[in-house]
Design a protein around this ligand. Structure first.
Ligand code: ZN
Ligand code: ZN
Length: 104
């Protein structure tokens, strides 16, 4: 039996892209090549990293502007585009230091 891969979203954080989405618009995504984890806006596909800094409104960087992720390569391995990242697993999200409740 096949189950759709679940998506995990960051809870309670306003998206930096200004999309105005209030219901956890930021999705955890993982690089299929090097396992780097980023946050992507469901609305605009803007990509931010690292997730821990986005969550704390800290010193994060914008890896891809809205609707630009297809052209931007993974900043770590540079072998796949950000648009090819897959949904992160719960284990991968927890490995970044997020507790259940901080993501959903
Ligand atoms: Zn957004
Ligand atoms: Zn990578």
């Amino acid at each position: 039996m096949l189950f759709a891969q679940p998506y995990w979203n960051l809870s309670g954080v306003d998206c930096p892209c200004g999309c105005g989405a209030s219901l956890s618009p930021l999705t955890f995504l993982t690089c299929p090549s090097c396992s780097n984890v980023v946050l992507s806006c469901d609305d605009s596909q803007a990509v931010y990293a690292p997730p821990r800094e986005v969550a704390s409104s800290g010193d994060f960087v914008t890896l891809a502007e809205p609707f630009g992720s297809a052209d931007v390569l993974c900043p770590v391995c540079r072998s796949v585009a950000l648009s090819e990242y897959r949904p992160s697993t719960s284990e991968e999200v927890r490995a970044l230091g997020f507790e259940p409740g901080e993501y959903e």
